[in-house]
Design a protein around this ligand. Structure first.
Ligand SMILES: NC(=O)c1ccc[n+]([C@@H]2O[C@H](COP(=O)([O-])OP(=O)(O)OC[C@H]3O[C@@H](n4cnc5c(N)ncnc54)[C@H](O)[C@@H]3O)[C@@H](O)[C@H]2O)c1
Ligand SMILES: O=C(O)C1=N[C@H](C(=O)O)CCC1
Length: 277
């Protein structure tokens, strides 16, 4: 059994306020979820620590960053992982081996990495859950869902992601996921390549191709996390845009992931699967 098994009654997305700690249940089992954060000194990790501190029914028990011994994860029921793409798989594997649920926001989870993780979870204590979420902001999740819906109706599509210049990976995890969803929807509908007469592009001005979808990455001082999905057909354009102006936009989703992860054994990609979308 994982250390924390799902119990009904935890709050829905958005209910994350400091309140008196819930009283222990009559059977003597506390409803409080103990949470450790890996990458706790980073931009996201430190914001998550504040959010966990402020959330009803959650208790922050451990903060880990680069060089720290993860050990027993400070006795956490759930670990939140926001580090760097090359470190995340080993951190998550350490948690899973101990039957500790993990909520992962770090990017870079390619299909081969996900397959390795699925094998690790299959060998872990039964019921262990891992949530890999490329983006925890509700608007970003809706943007991806809407883009997937729109994809089959438009011949042309391009994704433009715009982020702060300290971001180390490109394209963003959100853009890669969006392109995957759009690409799969296009394939199912029988849409071929996006129309594009470009023959000469020595400097890569047409962007990367992810699942056949052109993706453009902008890094600009002052930005946090933004994305536009442009759809085009004869005589019309649909633009779906989301903006995160502050990292607090990700926190209701992270807290919801922590509350729900024990109800979802195995590996889940995308918070939308916890939200009924
Ligand atoms: N899913 C989402 O909603 C979401 C939102 C924002 C950022 N992100 C992703 O989260 C990740 C972190 O972003 P950030 O802006 O907080 O970066 P950051 O550079 O501010 O923080 C990363 C932290 O991880 C630490 N770290 C590095 N190696 C480590 C290791 N081996 N073990 C433990 N900690 C280690 C660093 O010291 C640093 O404190 C990125 O992959 C980013 O794309 C995801
Ligand atoms: O700031 C970042 O880094 C972000 N990373 C995620 C991504 O790559 O999609 C989510 C948005 C912010």
């Amino acid at each position: 059994m994982p250390r924390y098994a799902a119990r009904p009654g935890h709050g829905a997305l958005g209910r994350s306020r400091r309140a008196a700690a819930p009283a222990p249940r009559v059977d003597g089992v506390s409803d409080i979820i103990k949470v450790s954060v890996i990458g706790a000194s980073g931009r996201m990790g430190s914001t998550v620590c504040d959010a966990v501190d402020a959330a009803e029914g959650l208790e922050l028990v451990g903060r880990f960053d680069v060089g720290d011994e993860l050990g027993d994860l400070a006795g956490a029921d759930v670990v939140v992982e926001f580090s760097v793409p090359d470190a995340s798989p080993a951190n998550v594997a350490h948690c899973v081996a101990q039957g500790v649920h993990v909520v992962v926001g770090t990017t870079g989870w390619t299909e081969p990495r996900l397959q390795t993780l699925r094998n690790q979870v299959a060998a872990a204590p039964e019921g262990t859950g891992v949530l890999i979420a490329p983006n925890f902001a509700i608007g970003a999740i809706l943007m991806m869902t809407f883009a997937e819906q729109a994809a089959r109706f438009y011949e042309s599509v391009e994704v433009i992601e715009l982020h702060h210049p300290r971001k180390v990976d490109a394209p963003s995890g959100t853009a890669a996921r969006t392109a995957d969803l759009i690409g799969a929807a296009r394939s199912e509908t029988g849409l071929g390549d996006v129309p594009d007469a470009t023959e000469h592009d020595p400097d890569g001005a047409r962007g990367a191709r992810v699942h056949g979808v052109p993706v453009h990455s902008v890094r600009l001082r002052g930005l946090v996390a933004h994305q536009e999905v442009l759809f085009g057909a004869e005589g019309e354009q649909l633009t779906i845009r989301h903006d995160s102006f502050d990292r607090v936009s990700f926190m209701p989703g992270v807290v919801e992931g922590v509350r729900r992860v024990a109800e979802h054994p195995g590996v889940t990609v995308g918070l939308e699967h916890y939200l009924g979308l």
